[in-house]
Design a protein. Structure first.
Length: 322
């Protein structure tokens, strides 16, 4: 009440008195509460860099996670934990996403770019034991999370993505536009047209990529890690070539030509997916303040023939046409 407030609940028990507004930030800092968000963010950033330097590793950049974590702590203290060796066999994307999505952990990489068996996290306390208890607790929680991720990863690899396409018929894309399967069919109908205008694209590969683009929606991994449609966390070992090309555009192909081919296929798959989302008043896009200007700009920028094809596909795409 009045001029009294409280600092950090563990590091500064009891009330503190503030004499004036200028004194507020200083007194809170003495009570282990860093009120300035930019200052807190800088403390987290410096802490992360210091710990990875001590470990001889590099930090996997993640500006969004840095912003999120900054808002979750009052007095940031960066600590490092160990990932059990048995989980290092998981694909890097699965490992990093499981840590980031559920636990807000930062990933580390070794000098060769491969994942390191260490993770960083930001505690909100200065522990008397140097953080050993906090680290042990976080390692225990992560162990359970990664065990879940490994289970879904193993289960998902038992079914090829091509065998999951039919299941998209049971997933509603939009009340006026039908199922996700209907959307994939509309996307596929645009591939041949684009293939005539995009140099070096391989139509058969592009068709296959579009067919599989949304198939991962029925996987346990996507449900567990809450990834977006068509954005799988990693490629199954039994994936087809086209699936590798479209859904795992992360590797090092052997030649410059194969890099170009992969990039072009990904671009075609993206192009046939995006316009429909932006051209129509879908609820997921109404929350964008600039939605209408974006929609008008996309309409003006699209090739007129391509726009006609998109519009016709949606009108004739079965009983659910718009």
């Amino acid at each position: 009440m009045g001029r009294t407030t409280r600092g950090h609940r563990f590091l500064s028990p009891g009330e503190i008195c503030v004499s004036n507004a200028a004194d507020y930030i200083k007194r809170l800092r003495e009570a282990h509460v860093v009120l300035d968000q930019d200052c807190r963010k800088e403390m987290v950033r410096r802490g992360l860099e210091h710990v990875v330097a001590d470990e001889g590793l590099s930090l996997k950049p993640d500006p969004e996670l840095l912003d999120e974590v900054t808002g979750l702590v009052e007095f940031p203290v960066v600590l490092a934990g160990t990932i059990d060796a048995e989980f290092m066999k998981l694909p890097p994307e699965v490992l990093a996403t499981a840590m980031r999505t559920h636990q807000k952990y930062f990933s580390c990489v070794q000098t060769d770019g491969t994942p390191a068996p260490r993770f960083l996290f930001v505690a909100n306390n200065v522990a008397a034991d140097g953080g050993k208890t906090i680290i042990a607790g976080n390692e225990r929680v992560l162990r359970a999370r990664l065990a879940d991720a490994r289970f879904y990863w193993d289960q998902d690899r038992k079914v090829r993505l091509s065998d999951r396409v039919e299941a998209l018929k049971d997933r509603v894309y939009h009340a006026k536009l039908g199922s996700v399967y209907d959307k994939v069919q509309r996307m596929d109908a645009l591939v041949d047209y684009l293939a005539r205008h995009v140099p070096d694209v391989e139509p058969a590969l592009a068709h296959r990529a579009v067919l599989l683009a949304k198939a991962d929606l029925s996987t346990g991994m996507v449900a567990e890690l809450r990834k977006g449609p068509g954005d799988p966390v990693a490629k199954p070992e039994n994936a087809e070539k086209s699936q590798d090309t479209h859904q795992s555009h992360r590797g090092e192909p052997n030649t410059e030509g194969s890099v170009r081919e992969s990039a072009i296929t990904v671009c075609v798959s993206f192009i046939v997916d995006l316009p429909e989302n932006l051209l129509h008043d879908l609820p997921s896009h109404k929350k964008w303040p600039a939605h209408q200007p974006i929609r008008r700009r996309i309409r003006r920028g699209l090739n007129a023939e391509l726009f006609k094809r998109i519009d016709r596909n949606q009108r004739l795409g079965g009983s659910k046409g718009c």
